[in-house]
Every structure is written in structure tokens, then in C-alpha cells.
Design a protein around this ligand. Structure first.
Ligand SMILES: *Cc1c(COP(=O)(O)O)cnc(C)c1O
Length: 465
């Protein structure tokens, strides 16, 4: 499989290079040249497969020519061996024909583990084959950092440096990162805010001269195609569990950077009968505004009780725009230029295509808290704040009650105790058993000034030979 950039000017790459590259040289994002398509009969024949077996079927066409079948199978098996539930992503019913898909059974209690456990193993596999070593550098406001660290802690060929804003992430989130004591894992608490962390990482990617020769930076944020690819699998898994492909299934997705729901769109493009795809946002609602009012402009960032969806711009939306504009890279360059200098407007064709593919809904914190309380009262199921936004968006936009609605549960409620208490629960939800000693574990991190040269020097000094 070959990959092309959404902006049409970067070289075509194979799968391995796409995984190692991150953003394309023209500023675009890589997507497959062709989306593989499965016949309904093929999909039907996968009913009853384990998550791992299904992952193999769904991901093989994307890695064809780069990863052998045997290697892919073993990467998948290793990636999901650490999940607490043998179904990997269990479905739980919360109301009539309404389900949550628990994507938080991995080591850090958030859905990002599903993709990052796989990405860590995949990177190490590719690098070993090539005799190459890389440096991962990333900024986190919480979930991505810990999932990336857990995904890469056993990688021989990867040194990972994660920047978080000093004293501005929750204690659970910090400890999930800083209690991973490994020679290749480095947590940097930067004296600044999340934007400072992100700017420092961006500047380092743009000029990598500080690194020793033969080392390069690799991105593990959701612009990495391998993450999207691994997320397509659970759409198939949930649909097959609920009677697909013989009947359609709908999905509601708590959305930030548009990675997760984009994977749902790809699943649909691959032939999986999906009825509705619901984009659920918090007050940071650029996607909801874009779909409902054709307003794709930046608003100031709002801090909410669903912090993993606090974004001003959804980076993966560019991949969607590419398809909405018949994959015309020139058009995307123009739109992204418009956006840089204020805002972009979609033409009628693109907008009506987008509206036929997606529904959208926005919730503020108060509405979200009411949903947690309501669902707990009616089903004794405790939603985390992100998932609650998805559940309510599903309920508000649903067209048919005959079609199963699957709400993606993106985090375990114990990760967000503040919101859970505010929703009216008497006590904080308990951490799952494997993490119950999190607050007693030894921590390691370095507090550094907001200074590019200082952080880069720290990285150089700590890279393993
Ligand atoms: C990252 C994250 C999201 C948003 O996912 P995107 O792929 O960025 O849209 C939602 N919920 C939780 C808990 C997350 O960690």
C-alpha cells in the first residue's frame, strides 16, 4: 500500500516510512492512495473472530508489502496481551439498543492505548528490521503522554521524551507517566502551559539538527496513520457483535482531534454498514460549528471537565476535508491557507457531503454532569465525562431506535474523579485493581525551564547509545 499527502506536494511513501514520518513535507497528512474495500460476504464471514483475529483481517491491506502476515499477527497479539478484559473492547448495554464500547481496558485507562500499544510494537519491529533508532518527542495535557509511554517502554530502538506542563496535569495523569521507570523513558515537566510544551515540540521537529547523526524524531500523536489504522478495528468488532453487517449500526464518538471518528469513517468507506456517525464535542466545538453553521474558525480554548477534548483545531479533520473535496490537494492547500488567515468555508457540495456522513452535537460541562447522573440512576453504569458527552450526543441526534447505537467509551471514570464527584457521586471511583497502588509508586521526572536549547540538550544527554 502506498500513501499520499493531503496537500499533494510531498512524495508518495510506503507504510513503513509513513509510520516514521509523521507530518508530510508539504505540511499535509498522509492517507492511503486507495481505501481497501471488503465485500459484505467477507465481513459476514468474520463474525465470531476474536479481536486479535479481526484486527489482522482489517489491518492487513494497509500494511501490505511492508509487514509480513506472521509479523502482523505477532505484533497484534503482543499489543493486546496487556488488556484487562479478554474481549479487549467489551460492549456494555446502557439502554434499549444503546451500548457503550469500553475502549479503556488497556494499561492507562483510555482508548489511546488501543492504538499506542500497537504503535510501540510496530515501531520497534520496523526499526529493528532497518537497524535504526529514533527519538519520540511529544507534548501532552494528559492522556496521550501516558499511553505513548506505556506503548514504548519496552522498545529497544526508541527513546521517548514526553513534555507535560509542570503542575498542570492531574495527579493520576502525572503518576501514570512518571511512575514508568525505564532507561528509555523521560518525563519532562516544563515550566509553562500545554501550548508552550507543544510549541517546543513543534520547533524541535522543524529543526532536528540538535540530534546526533542518524537519529530522527517520530511523532506519536494522532496524525500518525498507524494510530488511525488500529482504531478502525473496533468499529468492525462492535458492528459484528451487534448483528452487522446484516444490519447497520451507528456510532457516537467523543471527539477532539478527529482521529477516532475518522477511523469510523474509514471503516464505513471499507464497506462496513454504518448508519450514523455522531461527532460529540464539548464547548470546544469547532467541528459542531463547522457542520451546523459552516463556521470553521478558531475560538479561544475553553477549559472543561473533559480535558482530552479541549482543542481549538482538530488536526485530523484535514484528512476528512481531503475526501470531501475529491482528494484534490490543491484545494486543501487553499483551504488551509484560508484557515490560517481567519477561517475556511466549505462549498455546498462539500458541506452537504459532510452532513450526509456525520451528525454533530455539543454539550457544556453542566449538561455533561447531568448525563453522568442520569445514566447512573437508570442503569448503575458510571460514565467518564468524555463518554457522557458521546452518550448524550447520541440520544439527541439519533434518527432510529431500531438501529443499535454504540457510544465509544474513551476513558475509565477513575481517571477524572473531579467530574465524577461534581456529578453527584458520593465518592471517587476506585482505580482498577492493577493500578490501585499508583499513589505509592516511585516517580521520576525532570523539571525544566521553557527554553528550547535547554530541553534539547537534556534530550541529547539522555539518548541511549
Ligand atoms: C484523546 C481523547 C479523545 C479525543 O479523541 P480524538 O481522536 O482526538 O478525537 C476523547 N476522549 C478521551 C478520553 C481521549 O483521551
Amino acid at each position: 500500500m502506498k500513501y499520499i499527502s493531503t496537500r499533494g506536494l510531498a512524495p508518495e511513501l510506503d507504510f513503513e516510512d509513513v509510520v516514521l514520518t509523521g507530518m508530510a513535507s508539504d505540511g499535509g497528512l498522509y492517507v492511503p492512495t486507495d481505501i481497501p474495500h471488503f465485500e459484505r460476504a467477507d465481513i459476514a464471514s468474520w463474525a465470531g473472530l476474536s479481536y486479535q483475529e479481526l484486527a489482522f483481517k482489517v489491518m492487513s491491506p494497509f500494511v501490505a508489502g511492508s509487514v509480513s502476515d506472521d509479523d502482523l499477527r505477532s505484533l497484534i497479539d503482543r499489543s493486546y496481551a496487556g488488556f484487562r478484559h479478554s474481549a479487549i473492547v467489551p460492549l456494555v448495554q446502557t439502554a434499549h439498543n444503546e451500548w457503550v464500547l469500553e475502549l479503556f481496558q488497556g494499561p492507562t485507562l483510555a482508548f489511546k492505548d488501543v492504538a499506542l500499544q500497537f504503535l510501540g510494537n510496530l515501531l520497534d519491529h520496523i526499526l529493528k528490521k532497518r537497524g535504526q533508532k529514533v527519538v519520540i518527542m511529544g507534548a501532552t495535557s494528559g492522556d496521550t503522554g501516558s499511553a505513548a509511554i506505556e506503548g514504548c517502554r519496552h522498545c529497544d530502538n526508541v527513546d521517548i521524551f514526553i513534555l507535560h506542563p509542570y503542575q498542570r496535569v492531574s495527579e493520576v495523569q502525572r503518576r501514570q507517566m512518571t511512575t514508568v521507570i525505564e532507561k528509555n523513558v523521560h518525563n519532562i515537566a516544563l515550566k509553562g502551559n500545554f501550548d508552550d510544551c507543544q510549541n517546543l515540540v513543534k520547533a524541535s521537529f522543524a529543526d532536528q539538527n540538535f540530534l546526533p547523526e542518524e537519529r530522527q524524531l517520530v511523532a506519536v500523536n494522532s496524525i500518525n496513520w498507524a494510530r488511525i489504522m488500529a482504531q478502525i478495528v473496533y468499529y468492525f468488532y462492535a458492528a459484528l457483535s451487534l448483528g452487522g453487517p446484516h444490519r447497520p449500526v451507528s456510532f457516537s464518538v467523543p471527539t477532539g482531534n478527529f482521529g477516532d471518528i475518522f477511523a469510523g469513517y474509514i471503516a464505513k468507506s471499507m464497506g462496513l454498514p454504518i448508519d450514523q456517525l455522531v461527532i460529540a464535542t464539548n464547548s470546544n466545538d469547532i467541528l459542531h460549528r463547522c457542520l451546523s453553521e459552516n463556521d470553521h474558525t478558531k475560538h479561544e480554548l475553553q477549559r472543561t471537565l473533559s480535558p482530552s477534548m479541549d482543542i481549538m483545531v482538530s488536526s485530523n479533520f484535514e484528512r476528512m476535508l481531503f475526501d470531501l473535496h475529491s482528494r484534490d490537494g490543491n484545494k486543501i492547500r487553499q483551504l488551509m491557507d484560508d484557515f490560517k488567515s481567519g477561517g475556511m468555508t466549505l462549498d455546498n457540495t462539500a458541506l452537504s457531503k459532510a452532513r450526509s456522513l456525520f451528525s454533530s452535537y455539543r454539550l457544556d460541562d453542566q449538561e455533561m454532569l447531568a448525563v453522568i447522573a442520569d445514566v447512573f440512576e437508570t442503569s448503575e453504569y458510571l460514565l467518564d465525562p468524555h463518554t457522557a458527552i458521546g452518550v448524550q450526543a447520541a440520544r439527541k441526534t439519533r434518527r432510529s431506535h431500531d438501529i443499535p447505537m454504540v457510544c465509544l467509551a474513551t476513558a475509565h471514570p477513575a481517571k477524572f474523579p473531579e467530574a465524577i464527584l461534581k456529578s453527584g457521586q458520593a465518592k471517587e471511583p476506585a482505580l482498577p485493581h492493577h493500578m490501585s497502588d499508583l499513589f505509592e509508586r516511585e516517580e521520576a521526572y525532570s523539571v525544566l525551564e521553557k527554553n528550547d536549547a535547554e530541553v534539547q540538550q537534556f534530550i541529547v544527554e539522555n539518548i541511549r547509545a
